[in-house]
Design a binder for this molecule. Structure first.
Ligand SMILES: NC(=O)c1ccc[n+]([C@@H]2O[C@H](COP(=O)([O-])OP(=O)(O)OC[C@H]3O[C@@H](n4cnc5c(N)ncnc54)[C@H](OP(=O)(O)O)[C@@H]3O)[C@@H](O)[C@H]2O)c1
Length: 309
């Protein structure tokens, strides 16, 4: 099969589009014929060696941890899926990903794909929508009528977080992005938009219940000031718990797990027309380098998709 692999960490030049063996599956695994693969910041972070101290990857490594496709084959213990099923998934980032014609995934990571959108578009959801879900609901405990600030509302994770906060009936949804994306984030459900290139959000906001930080650094440091006492900051890039506690708020981090049951709930929201994906650009698999360079620019609107079929 064709795949995009790396043999060592580094710049996007290390990505090789080449022939690779079709993966073998274990008893509780599923072989998925990949239709499309979502591109996420974790792809280029792993390519650069960001996870090297946590995971001992076997090289060559296939990147890409967001996939939609069709079940090709199932292991003998798999009951919920059969060959020919349309599926989507965030495969575990500790093993080979889906920049390839086939990927092997564990059955508990997999969900049946939404029926109301083209299968390739489903590849834009699993990682970013589950990260937004986990941050807002499982870690942040967002409740109806609460106020939430979502940083980077035009990005992959932020664009889902706005929609999920709306579904949860948050009382006030504020987001930061640059002015050119204002209409887009409002159409997703944001009540207020702060243009980070022109305004300082920390001078405009106070006493919020929850901040979802997707950026870290100065953005996170200033965010502690806009929370009410006892409020919560959840960060997808790691929260400074000491600084949070000095401000009388909670600082929480999370690492997304692969969870097919959660993803199945997300598929239902997609089929109800409540959750949509914004796709900035599609590339063929052979152009994974250009796709990663675009992701690494830090200014993508929504998702980038690699089309394999
Ligand atoms: N912990 C986990 O398990 C987990 C899971 C998923 C993601 N993550 C991490 O979360 C981060 C966000 O992921 P993502 O996929 O959403 O990234 P992304 O799609 O690359 O985010 C890009 C967006 O950020 C906006 N942005 C850039 N600088 C900004 C600023 N100073 N203020 C407000 N918005 C700004 C950009 O808007 P403009 O174009 O207008 O500048 C762009 O739309 C990444 O670091 C990713 O690795 C972690």
């Amino acid at each position: 099969m064709k795949a995009v692999r790396i043999y060592n960490y580094g710049h996007s030049d290390v990505l090789k589009y080449e022939d690779a063996p079709v993966p073998e599956i274990g008893p509780d695994e599923v072989l998925v014929k990949v239709h499309a693969c979502g591109v996420n910041p974790v792809d280029w972070k792993i390519r650069e060696g960001f996870m090297a101290r946590m995971v001992n990857y076997t090289m060559p490594l296939i990147l890409g941890w967001d996939v939609s496709g069709v079940v090709e084959k199932t292991g003998p213990l798999v009951r919920r899926f059969k060959s020919g099923d349309d599926v989507f998934c965030r495969p575990a980032t500790s093993r080979n990903g889906a920049y390839a014609e086939y990927v092997a995934v564990r059955s508990f990571e997999l969900a049946h794909a939404p029926k109301s959108i083209p299968l390739y578009q489903a590849a834009g959801f699993p990682l970013a929508s589950q990260a937004a879900w986990m941050a807002l609901f499982e870690v942040g405990g967002l409740k109806q009528d609460q106020s939430v600030l979502i940083h980077g509302g035009s990005g992959g994770v932020g664009s889902f977080a706005i929609q999920l906060a709306k579904i949860a009936r948050a009382g006030r949804i504020v987001t930061t992005t640059s002015g050119r994306n204002s209409a887009m984030v409002k159409s997703l459900g944001a009540d207020e938009v702060i243009d980070y290139t022109k305004e300082d959000f920390s001078e405009k906001l106070h006493d919020l219940d929850l901040v979802f930080d997707t950026l870290g650094g100065e953005t996170q440091a200033k965010s502690f000031n806009v929370l009410r006492k006892g409020g919560t900051l959840v960060s997808s890039v790691g929260a400074d718990e000491k600084a949070a506690s000095a401000h009388g708020v909670l600082g929480k981090s999370f690492m997304l797990d692969s969870n097919g049951a959660r993803l199945q709930e997300i598929a239902e929201l997609i089929d109800l027309g409540k959750l949509n994906v914004v796709i900035e650009k599609e590339f063929p698999l052979s152009e994974a380098k250009a796709a990663q360079d675009l992701s690494q620019s830090g200014h993508v609107n929504g998702k980038i998709i690699l089309k394999v079929i």
